[in-house]
Design a protein. Structure first.
Length: 189
């Protein structure tokens, strides 16, 4: 083991010991944890603070955002809860997507008729003439190339219950997972 590696592990083990309130008899565990952390840093070629890992991730995210923005992909967000809809729209726009928003299926179909979106993100439970599953079926029938993501905290849909090209996420679904699916499926980013 190099002196630099040994010194780093010793310093980190001491730091862990201090963070845990200076307990006695746990030196071996602290040393093991510090060694594991150092191995991860070396495996990812990260510095002691991991800054280049963060920089690589930020650069990749920015490249993906630019690819999405250049594609001009539009996502129609259908959600009856205003704050959830606002958060979703903000996250999608930050990722480079253009967005439309609707509170229910009737509004969504009117928007799709005027300006079809390349993707639809809909909740299942919402007021109005139809729920999100019926909306997804109608959109798939009228605009078959539209990618569809359904999210719900009330019901669970199995893959066999969904038509091809429709994805389901249980709520609360991490928005970054939904955005990643849209980037891969729609933009190819």
């Amino acid at each position: 083991m190099s002196d630099d590696r040994s010194q780093w592990i010793a310093a980190r083990a001491y730091g862990i010991w201090e963070e845990q309130g200076k307990p006695s008899g746990l030196d071996h565990e602290h040393w093991w944890q510090a060694t594991q952390e150092r191995d991860r840093l070396e495996a990812t070629r990260a510095s002691h603070d991991g800054s280049e890992v963060v920089e690589r991730r930020l650069a990749a995210d920015e490249a993906a955002r630019k690819a999405v923005a250049a594609s001009g992909v539009t996502v129609l967000v259908v959600e009856d809860e205003p704050y959830v809809r606002l958060d979703t729209v903000d996250a999608l726009e930050s990722a480079g997507f253009r967005t439309y928003e609707a509170e229910n299926a009737s509004e969504a179909l009117a928007i799709m008729t005027d300006s079809p979106a390349q993707a639809l993100l809909t909740d299942v439970m919402m007021p109005g003439s139809m729920d999100g599953v019926a909306l997804a079926s109608k959109v798939k029938a009228l605009w078959p190339r539209t990618q569809i993501v359904i999210a719900s905290g009330m019901i669970r849909l199995a893959r066999k219950d969904l038509a091809r090209g429709i994805h389901f996420f249980p709520k609360p679904a991490p928005l970054h997972n939904i955005i990643d699916i849209m980037k891969r499926r729609i933009v190819g980013a």
